[in-house]
Design a protein around this ligand. Structure first.
Ligand SMILES: [Zn+2]
Length: 209
């Protein structure tokens, strides 16, 4: 369904626009990389945002710290051995269970670390709980980046800011490359576009790294 929508919209795009988009993309990309290397971060930011603006809405990278944080969040879950449900760490409270007389005899009187499952209310011993961690694979193209870091009244020193904004710039550029590649694949590699493909300048594709 989504594919149909995209296809219809692209069909509606004048074919002559496609090489124009690519030419502008190549120009802004060279500009962005040059600005990044020469630490002209405002120029870099402008070039990257311009590349994003060139792309049709379905191919644009979303720039949103809030949405990025949701996606990039590390997810830790505890598996309940009773109801077999995975419970997120935020809902887990680990506490000491003081053993009764019989357990003291069996386990030497040491307190057990346990947590209570919010689904079935049964206690699980921490030592026999399997804990899973979901972290983003790297490199991953999420289609979402956080907003660019900004220097705030000298609180963030220049060195730290430079590292963060460079990382942000390369990250957004990578995301844009991925989207641009997809945009090209979806539009310029169809059999009937051969003449168009030959007019597109791909010469920079393998040079920058
Ligand atoms: Zn449970």
């Amino acid at each position: 369904m989504l594919y149909d929508t995209i296809f219809v919209q692209i069909q509606g795009m004048p074919q002559a626009r496609l090489p124009d988009i690519n030419t502008a993309y190549v120009k802004y990309r060279v500009g962005a990389i040059h600005a990044l290397k020469s630490k002209q971060y405002n120029v870099m930011h402008g070039c990257l945002i311009s590349i994003n603006a060139l792309l049709p809405a379905e191919y644009q990278v979303v720039v949103s710290t809030a949405e990025y944080n949701v996606l990039a969040k590390v997810d830790i879950t505890y598996h309940c051995n009773n109801c077999e449900v995975d419970i997120t760490k935020e809902d887990i409270e680990v506490f000491d269970l003081i053993p009764n007389g019989m357990e003291s005899l069996l386990h030497g009187g040491k307190a057990n670390k346990v947590w209570s499952c919010i689904k079935c209310n049964k206690l699980n011993r921490l030592v026999s709980t399997s804990i899973s961690q979901t972290i983003l694979q790297n490199p991953t193209f999420l289609g979402i980046v956080p907003e660019s870091p900004s220097r705030t009244n000298g609180l963030m020193d220049r060195m730290k800011f430079n590292i963060e904004i460079e990382r942000w710039g390369w990250n957004l550029l990578g995301e844009l490359e991925f989207k641009m590649g997809k945009f090209r694949d979806d539009n310029w590699k169809r059999g009937d576009n051969d003449d168009l493909s030959s007019r597109i300048d791909f010469s920079l594709d393998d040079k920058e790294s």
